[in-house]
Design a protein around this ligand. Sequence first.
Ligand code: GRA
Ligand code: FAD
Length: 667
Amino acid sequence: MSFLNKEICDGDNPDLTEERRTATFDTDRMAQVIYGSEKFAARRRQITKSISRIPALQDTKPLAFMTREEKITEACRELDVLSDHWEQLIYVNDEEEALHLHREVIGMEGHPFALHETMFIPTLVSQASDEQQEKWLGRARKREIIGCYAQTELGHGSNLRKLETTATYSPSTQEFILHTPTITALKWWPGALGKSSNYAIVMADLVIKNKSYGPHPFIVQLRDEKTHQPLPGITVGDIGPKMAFNGADNGFLGFDHFRIPRGNLLMRHNRVEPDGSYLKPPHAKIGYSSMVKVRSRMAMDQGLFMAQALVIAVRYSAVRRQGFLEDKSQEVKVLDYQTQQHRLFPSIARVYAFIFCGLETIQLYEKLILDVNKNGDTSGMADLHSLTSGLKSVVTHFTGQGIEQARMACGGHGYSMASYISEIYGVAVAGCTYEGENMVMLLQCARALVKAVELVEEGHPEKLSPMMAYLTKPSVTVDLTVGPEAYVKIFQLIAKKQAFKATEQLHKFMVAGDSRDVAWNKSAVELTKASRLHTRLYILKTFIRRVESITDISVKAALTDLLNLHLNYELLDVASYALADGIMSSTQMDFIKNQLYSSLEKIRPNAVSLMDSFQFSDLQLRSVLGRRDGHVYQNLFEWAKSSPLNQSEVLPSVTQYLKPMMEKSKL
Ligand SMILES: CC(C)(COP(=O)(O)OP(=O)(O)OC[C@H]1O[C@@H](n2cnc3c(N)ncnc32)[C@H](O)[C@@H]1OP(=O)(O)O)[C@@H](O)C(=O)NCCC(=O)NCCSC(=O)CCCC(=O)O
Ligand SMILES: Cc1cc2nc3c(=O)[nH]c(=O)nc-3n(C[C@H](O)[C@H](O)[C@H](O)COP(=O)(O)OP(=O)(O)OC[C@H]3O[C@@H](n4cnc5c(N)ncnc54)[C@H](O)[C@@H]3O)c2cc1C
């Protein structure tokens, strides 16, 4: 007999098998929807199978018992094994497959090629001229060199205009002189910079004839290619342990009048001629495109982080029995409690919603780079910047919340490193900070919103981009029973009201005499609220669009339940706005609540399968609690026994201190 959930195996925990048998859809088909295509979903499975046949990549010592040095060494060993099998594992130069391979084999705690793949190569692709690409891109792709992205400094990360590292042009030698004038100008934080990289993209203030042109990207060799020793004039090292990501060597970097040739300024969009004349880029912020690239991926990446935590929590909740409902002869699965469902299922819905957004924004970035590089068309930059600024902020915030709820949903065992959820949390919440601190990015999104409101107020609604068109929608009474479009209408009204209110507040302060900057700061909280609502509306609409486009009936039905949960949960979450503005009545509120509770019941039989559909291997999950087989208690006991503390019965700390202390006790 074949089952719709493809994870069923003989000998698994029967409680989990029972869950898998109730699946109403085929998990392979759901995986196609999650990963954007049948081809990629199948390739993922194929890659997982190939990895499982390489003995050197199987079960190593658990990461939780390793030091930082051991984690870094282990990641490098795995990279080395991967490079021996690269061509049989993935299609060379397929970015998505390479990312998946690294995620599965090396995991999320960081590795030397992480920034090489996500920022160094993309910066060369988007910013280097053809000639420069010929020189460096091939070598980077073949991994003959390792690069990182060195922008943030000890003193400045958010405000790029105040970066202090200088690149001063010397026409006589046709070189740039890189210099770190103060301690706060030290590069600080770049991933893989400390010990692994021998090259970096360095963002430095371009100075020509005493005039500053702002931050520009330079390619800089940091270490000797043979000895790996830092080159003279360069100070480089690791910044120390972090909340998570401890397999990564985030680093510091200083320059002492370090000279690089003129040709090391990335010159696809701007140029410095030998005599020092400067040719402007077609868009002032084109040098920031690598950040937009990473931000455009973040909805997908964060969705996958939250998915991992939820696979663990949902599987465990189907195995953990505690307490009674009606039948007092057997304790219930904790997944049957309404509170447990309410804790986990809205996050499952968000995972799907974020991933669907990610699929869209990744494509939008690819289109933008094509437009810019092939046709010099920068017209899409502003919209993608504001969209991804809001999106990275909203998804990272909710992902952090969702993962923390997943941890708590696992009770005591969630707090053990055996669950791996704390590590997932630590890695995911770094996203609230990197690629632009969330408040800073919400305020970037707000700039676009305020501009759009001002256009409407000035009588130019025709100039609005499609994403902002809802700002012109009139207030209407909405019948929520009509379906998703009614929820969108209410959400639009709420988001519109907040955008207008925040803008009105800004203008009020300006009319009262404040400068725009001061008025902006006095309105900032309201502005960030408008950005969040605007972004959540976008997420909601993407979710609806995606579900509508699905052809497999059973997959569509399961996702429709999830979509309904999402719509009701989101609307309830922002209901205070709607009630205050009279957009929604308390009767409608009751309707939403009831819809929400009935969605939880509908989703319950598919919960495990909705998460199994992500098809994370046990190797990728790295969770003792969340393993596919569901034998949590045996697995936990084995794991605890392997703790270094249990390798001897009596620890030196006991013989050296506790015993003598107890023996001499006079208390
Ligand atoms: C906040 C801003 C955007 C402000 O930039 P600014 O030059 O001071 O801008 P401004 O003069 O105030 O003008 C704002 C104006 O510039 C526009 N703009 C800003 N960025 C872009 C863009 N990318 N595309 C298109 N347009 C852009 C804005 O929309 C504003 O336009 P407007 O004036 O409103 O028409 C910038 O400083 C910034 O991006 N800060 C955040 C820094 C950041 O994200 N760092 C990331 C470092 S790398 C990293 O963290 C990697 C981690 C990855 C990992 O470990 O996996
Ligand atoms: C794990 C990790 C990996 C990283 N990897 C890299 C990398 O590879 N390369 C790289 O170059 N950098 C990297 N970074 C650095 C990262 O990009 C910055 O830390 C980030 O952009 C935030 O900047 P900041 O540290 O200056 O924060 P700050 O701006 O100092 O933030 C402090 C507080 O000030 C507030 N704030 C600042 N400006 C404003 C404003 N204008 N309005 C309102 N509030 C404001 C913020 O909201 C925040 O609450 C990494 C960071 C981390 C944590």
